[in-house]
Write a protein that binds this ligand. Sequence first.
Ligand code: XMP
Length: 325
Amino acid sequence: MSDNVRPESLKRITTPELAKAFIDEQIAAVKAQVGENGKVLLALSGGVDSSVCAALISKAIGSRLICVHVNHGLLRKGEPEQVCKVFGEQFESQLIYVDAVDRFLDALAGVADPEAKRKIIGKIFIDVFAEEAKKLDGIEFLGQGTIYPDILESGPVKSHHNVGGLPEELNFRLVEPVKFLYKDEVRVVGKALGLPDNMVFRQPFPGPGLGVRCVGAITRDRLEALREADAIVRDELDKLDPLPWQYFAVVPDIKSTGIKDGQRYMGWPVVIRAITTVDAVTAKSVEIPWDMLCRIRDRIVENVPGVNRVLWEISDKPTSTIEWE
Ligand code: XMP
């Protein structure tokens, strides 16, 4: 049987009890694979998959797991802080926090083409991670939060920008404790490991992060406006039941006329986007109650510098993609 086919003996993990049994099995498996002294390096984005993977490996080998969290400046409000808090305090693993914000934003300055932006973000991410790896001695293993759909859809190695394509000279052996799980199972396991709900039930977030929602050439002021507006949009839409699959803010690179204190001024629009989907191949726009929209509008225009308009996007996929870039 191939190493990449889910074993028939693995039952669907739907309850805390099943999760606990899975965790115990994987702790034993990681210990057996890594040995008494082996060390594991892991790129920790703060997403569900890498967080659950890190928590599991950490339960198995404690401080012999070294997590690297690269802050590329395109994370959502509060995310780097939460990763540092959870993995710095709750688990025994070591955490290396790399502030690479200037490096990413300097490289992105003036770049408007979406694919060029993605390439830059992906490349610098790998460079930064490889530099950190080279500073550390005697690491043989790489922990990866590969999940089963990644294997089914795109081959064995997670190919998105979070972790993809590490240089071969690093020559790691992979430790992938959740590679046979579906997303809902990863969440059940994450809960059983004691990860906070807002990490376990986090909506999907693209590897290039806010970079593809700060449309066009990213500037620091517009990126900050996006981060603040996005936090407000999420804070309000978190109250919807059921929750949309993805909900976020977008700030296009345009300015239009606004008025404040009797003076005209030019400001950015914030676009609110909320969609529901099964597989992200097609998506439907989600209805947002009018009073909630008005509250979001008021909070954004009162609190986010540079923004003078708030728009609600109602397009479906197709014709529009979920992200703007
Ligand atoms: P689109 O915009 O193509 O998005 O309708 C479909 C899903 O994929 C996510 N997405 C990405 N995820 N790196 C990622 O890791 C990317 O470059 C990327 N682009 C889009 C998007 O958020 C949605 O869930």
